[in-house]
Design a protein around this ligand. Structure first.
Ligand code: 4NP
Length: 154
């Protein structure tokens, strides 16, 4: 099974979602069976490491994002991934436009899928440090819920 997390730049929210979920899968012994990746709808940060503020905040909670590199989502991703999870409503709309008609991959808004208190992971890029903590708080909760779903689908 393959899961793709998507945000705008692929340097803040979606790489965090990827790293948190990968850690959950490793802890559950499922890293070999479930593949996770991330991508951005935009093309500004292709090949770039995650934002330094994102890396720093994640590192404090034990997630290492240093080896990740930005990439842009492509039409092929809809054939490759079983589940594509958008961080916010704008990302979801962009993905719906890109999605080929016969695509097998399911598309959803990550937090809304699991009925968390927020529907969207707010973009932390232009804000202060609390935004990066909130991203981690929301994505840790969502990852726990996603792990339960994925275990049920194996
Ligand atoms: P992300 O955050 O979508 O969570 O990676 C952003 C990163 C960069 C930009 C916007 C959002 N940007 O405008 O460059």
């Amino acid at each position: 099974m393959r899961v793709l997390f998507v945000c705008l730049g692929n340097i803040c929210r979606s790489p965090t979602a990827e790293a948190v979920m990968r850690q959950r899968l490793q802890q559950a012994g499922l890293a070999e069976r479930i593949e996770v990746d991330s991508a951005g709808t935009g093309d500004w940060h292709i090949g770039k490491a995650p934002d330094s503020r994102t890396q720093e905040a994640a590192k404090h909670r034990g997630y290492d994002l240093s080896s990740l590199r930005g990439r842009q989502v492509s039409a092929d991703d809809f054939a490759r991934f079983d589940l594509i999870l958008a961080m916010d409503a704008a990302n979801l709309r962009d993905l719906q436009r890109l999605r080929p008609a016969q695509a097998k991959g399911e598309l959803d808004l990550y937090l809304r899928r699991f009925g968390l208190t927020e529907d969207e992971v707010p973009d932390p890029y232009y804000g202060g440090s609390e935004g990066f903590e909130q991203v981690l708080d929301l994505l840790e909760q969502a990852s726990d819920a996603l792990l339960v779903e994925l275990k049920g689908r194996l």
